[in-house]
Design a protein around this ligand. Structure first.
Ligand code: ADP
Length: 200
């Protein structure tokens, strides 16, 4: 049974405080900026560093981070292909509720499967922007921020992206950032993209 069949008697409630009014008050549009890439590619670092800059300029922002979401909303999901798909579906819908609230959402999820990201693009429409944090497996593995690559190589973590589970590079990324290079350059590149995309 699909999600729609289970909730066929539910009607969307229209708010009087609309997205347009919120955006008017905020002085910028809402939008979903979806960072994808290998573990250690720099998604979280970049998302938070872009958010810091936007916040200082008075933008309404929020970062949704893979690990945080998996502690609560998606704590029941594993890293199997099926559960990764469900993880991304839930996050896609949740992100769009934030966008509806006029917020600039920056998400940091590996989201390795193209089809899952394209699903979020369908949910988000023109509000969805795919940002590919492009860094080679070698660079990510040498960073090994959380020591996960070492454990994955030792066979301690099943379905680890890049080692025992594939990462499918984006075909239609809105922005490709070379995250093996200087962080400040990447931050400024993303910052100007986001600022332009959310200009009223
Ligand atoms: P991810 O969220 O993709 O798993 P993290 O942001 O947790 O990756 O870790 C990326 C690591 O790489 C951090 O230690 C960060 O300081 C470092 N780093 C070096 N250069 C960059 C860059 N250009 N962009 C983002 N992170 C970078």
């Amino acid at each position: 049974m699909s999600e729609h069949e289970k909730s066929s008697n539910v009607v969307w409630h229209n708010a009087t405080v609309t997205r347009e009014r919120r955006e008017q008050q905020n002085g910028h549009l809402g939008g979903l900026f979806w960072f994808t890439g290998l573990s250690g590619a720099g998604k979280s670092t970049l998302a938070h560093s872009v958010e810091e800059q936007l916040y200082q300029k008075g933008f309404r922002t929020f970062v949704l981070d893979g690990d945080n979401v998996r502690h609560g909303l998606c704590a029941d999901l594993s890293f199997s292909d099926e559960d990764r798909k469900e993880n991304i579906r839930r996050i896609g819908h949740m992100s769009m509720l934030y966008v509806e609230a006029g917020i600039i959402v920056l998400t940091a999820f590996i989201s390795p499967f193209r089809a899952d990201r394209e699903n979020v693009r369908k949910i988000g429409g023109v509000d969805f922007h795919e940002i590919y944090c492009n860094s080679s497996l070698e660079v990510c593995e040498s960073r090994d921020v959380k020591g996960l690559y070492k454990r994955a190589r030792a066979g301690e973590i099943p379905d680890f992206t890049g080692i025992s589970s594939p990462y499918e590079e984006p075909e239609y990324a809105n922005l490709i950032v070379d995250t093996a290079s200087q962080l400040e350059n990447c931050r400024d590149e993303v910052l100007s993209y986001v600022t332009e995309a959310t200009r009223k």
